[in-house]
Write a protein that binds this ligand. Structure first.
Ligand SMILES: [Zn+2]
Length: 183
């Protein structure tokens, strides 16, 4: 895993490409702002978007667990479901798609991404911060970024984490729902 520099602490499983990082900063900062919009309608607090390799946004989705009463309707799963339906395939690997997410994917979404054929993943705030602020349980994920590298999936993470942190704090402080099964 590479670290761009001590200040940004971006992590990746390929040599850091500054152009990709800049693009990801632009897209993810937009998605972080969208959390407020989605959560005002009862969804959130995670947003995902899928882009093609020419930089076009194809889908943008939010976590809809509460509103649709479905525990696996995370933003990433919703995005993958929508794009597969639209393209008419369960194998996205030939499209070289990129998934941008406001937060590190949970253990379920890592599996969903792996099965979908998505080729590039960019995320904002890391799981440990998500858990600290919201109390969501993101699951156990031993070295998933390295496992993705072995499968030809590039990952860039910790992109503008302070923005993600702010968006999650805002969600919690405004009394939006933090759901989870009883332990
Ligand atoms: Zn998830």
């Amino acid at each position: 895993m590479e670290i761009l520099d001590k200040k940004t602490k971006i992590i990746s499983n390929e040599p850091i490409d500054v152009v990709k990082v800049e693009r990801a900063c632009e897209i993810i900062s937009g998605l972080q702002k969208d959390i407020k919009l989605f959560s005002s309608k009862g969804a959130g607090p995670f947003v995902a978007a899928i882009y093609d390799d020419k930089g076009n946004e194809l889908v943008k989705t939010c976590n809809s667990v509460v509103e649709e009463i479905c525990s696996h309707n995370h933003a990433e799963v919703n995005a993958i479901r929508e794009i597969e339906k639209r393209l008419g395939t369960y194998d996205l690997s030939s499209y070289n798609l990129s998934l941008y997410i406001t937060a590190e994917p949970c253990m379920m979404c890592i599996g969903a991404i792996m099965w979908s054929g998505i080729k590039n993943v960019y995320y904002g705030v890391p799981s440990k911060t998500v858990e600290k602020i919201t109390g969501f349980d993101e699951g156990f994920k031993p070295d998933w970024i390295e496992e993705f590298r072995k499968r030809g999936i590039t990952v860039y993470g910790n992109i503008l984490p302070e923005l993600g942190e702010e968006a999650l704090k805002d969600y919690v402080e405004n009394g939006h729902k933090v759901y989870k099964p009883k332990r």
